[in-house]
Design a protein. Structure first.
Length: 261
C-alpha cells in the first residue's frame, strides 16, 4: 500500500514538473514582465568600472570608469567615460528609440519601446495583434520561437532561433541573462535590487564564440532625480582626451558605447 502511494506521488510530481516545463508564455508577456520591473523611479544613476579582457583576464592599464544617468520621464540617457585622472574620454546622449537593446533591457519601463528595440535588433517578439489575428491557440503557439533552456544553473525563457538573435530571460525572476545579437553576446550577472530596481553587478560583452572582450563591474547605483546630469548640452563621441588615449583603450570605448551604452 505504501509502495503504491509513493509511486502515485512520484507520478503526480512528475506531471507537475513536466507541466511547469511545458508552459511557455508568449514572448510579449515575457518582455512586459521584464520592463515593468523598472517602473516607479524618478531617475537612475550608475557608476561602473570597465576593463578590457584578453584570454579571460583583464588587460593592465586598459580600463575606464563609466557614469550613466537615465531620466525615465524624458526617456533620455547620458553617459560619460573617465580615465584615472578624471578626464572625460567619451560622452553619449540617447533619446527614445536611440536607446540600444542593452539600455532598453536595463532601464526601460515602457514595454512597447523595449519590444520595438528588440524586434529592430532581430529578436522575434510576436505582437498581441499578430497573435489575435491567428485562428486558434495551436497556431499562436507555433508562431512563437520561445523555448526553455538552462544557463549556468538557471532555467531561462529563450526568445529566438539558435542561429539568430536571442534574448534569454530567467524563468523565475523575469530578468535578462543573455542577449545574443549583432555578432555579440551580452551577459548580465548577479542582479541585485536597489530600492526595488534590478541591476546586475557585472556585464560581460563577448564574441558569439563565448570569448569575453570587456567586463563592466558595478561601483554604485542610485535611484532618484537626475536633473543635474541633464543640464546643458553634450556632444556625443570621443573627446580630445579620448582620441589621445592608447589605441586599445579607444577600441573598448567605442565597443562599449556601441554595444552596451
Amino acid at each position: 500500500m505504501i509502495g503504491r502511494l509513493f509511486l502515485a506521488l512520484v507520478m503526480i510530481c512528475g506531471l507537475q514538473i513536466s507541466s511547469a516545463w511545458a508552459y511557455i508564455p508568449p514572448s510579449l508577456f515575457i518582455v512586459k514582465s521584464m520592463a515593468t520591473k523598472h517602473s516607479g523611479v524618478k531617475g537612475v544613476r550608475v557608476r561602473t568600472q570597465v576593463k578590457a579582457i584578453e584570454d579571460g583576464r583583464p588587460v593592465d592599464g586598459i580600463s575606464f570608469k563609466s557614469v550613466t544617468a537615465y531620466d525615465p520621464q524624458k526617456n533620455v540617457l547620458r553617459g560619460w567615460a573617465f580615465d584615472s585622472e578624471n578626464q572625460v574620454l567619451f560622452m553619449v546622449e540617447r533619446r527614445g528609440n536611440e536607446l540600444n537593446m542593452a539600455n532598453q533591457l536595463l532601464f526601460q519601463a515602457n514595454p512597447g519601446e523595449t519590444t520595438q528595440a528588440l524586434i529592430t535588433g532581430g529578436v522575434p517578439i510576436v505582437s498581441e495583434q499578430e497573435l489575435l489575428a491567428l485562428p486558434d491557440e495551436d497556431q499562436r503557439q507555433r508562431a512563437e520561437t520561445t523555448s526553455l533552456k538552462r544557463w549556468q544553473g538557471s532555467i531561462a525563457w529563450v526568445i529566438g532561433q539558435p542561429d539568430g538573435p536571442q534574448l534569454w530571460v530567467e524563468k523565475g525572476s523575469f530578468l535578462p541573462l543573455r542577449l545574443v545579437a549583432n555578432s555579440n553576446e551580452l551577459r548580465f550577472e548577479g542582479f541585485h535590487l536597489y530600492r526595488g530596481f534590478p541591476y546586475p553587478r557585472s556585464l560581460l560583452l563577448a564574441e558569439t564564440s563565448g570569448e569575453v572582450r570587456l567586463r563592466e563591474d558595478l561601483i554604485d547605483f542610485n535611484t532618484g532625480p537626475v536633473t543635474g546630469d541633464f543640464k546643458g548640452e553634450i556632444v556625443s563621441g570621443m573627446t580630445e582626451a579620448g582620441r589621445s588615449s592608447p589605441s586599445q583603450l579607444r577600441k573598448i570605448l567605442e565597443d562599449y558605447y556601441k554595444n552596451v551604452r
